[in-house]
Design a protein around this ligand. Structure first.
Ligand SMILES: Nc1ncnc2c1ncn2[C@@H]1O[C@H](COP(=O)(O)OP(=O)(O)OP(=O)(O)O)[C@@H](O)[C@H]1O
Ligand SMILES: [Mg+2]
Length: 158
């Protein structure tokens, strides 16, 4: 479970409105739109119950996606409040299974985890060309269990 189900982030709009007043910021319709999307995303996260793959899934569809909620990718010109809104989302998201980190740090951590997983697999299995070992799946599964939600800073497509 990602967040405490008894609580909700519906207060994110309230948090936004309060911040606007307290800090004397402009009320921005684009930001309000983003806040609504973040709330919706949080609701989907709360409802989402990942299920353990069955034996049949493992045999026939081990690499199939389990259909978890897609994240929100915030983009926009410099200084439009992306970080501010993400921080607001993060602070208002209940639960301990969340992590706010820079994308570069996140990737360094992922690579370290992949390295650790590879060390546990015999060399002949790692280099089996017909059925190569995929370290991503166990790393992703473990990361999802320990950190249900990530807030990644400065994620960039190149
Ligand atoms: N609605 C607003 N009214 C006035 N100031 C705002 C508003 N939203 C954000 N700001 C201010 O604009 C500045 C830049 O915000 P922020 O750092 O969140 O932008 P950003 O989109 O993450 O920028 P960058 O692209 O550089 O990462 C901050 O000082 C923030 O407080
Ligand atoms: Mg920023």
């Amino acid at each position: 479970m990602l967040f405490d189900r008894a609580r909700s982030i519906s207060s994110l709009s309230d948090a936004y409105e309060s911040t606007i007043i307290e800090k004397g910021l402009r009320s921005d319709p684009h930001q309000k739109n983003v806040v609504a999307k973040l709330e919706h995303f949080h609701d989907r996260l709360q409802r989402y119950q990942p299920r353990e793959p069955s034996i049949l899934d493992k045999v026939f569809g081990g690499k199939k996606r389990t259909g978890g909620p897609k994240g929100v990718y915030l983009y926009g010109t410099v200084g439009t409040g992306k970080t501010m809104l993400m921080d607001m989302f993060y602070q208002n998201a209940d639960g301990e299974k969340k992590l706010r980190t820079h994308f570069n740090s996140f990737m360094l951590d992922v690579h370290a985890r992949i390295h650790e997983v590879k060390k546990t697999v015999p060399k002949h299995q790692r280099h089996n060309k017909s059925n190569p070992f995929d370290p991503i799946a166990p790393v992703a599964t473990k990361s999802a269990r320990t950190r249900g939600s990530y807030a990644l800073m400065n994620f960039r497509f190149v």
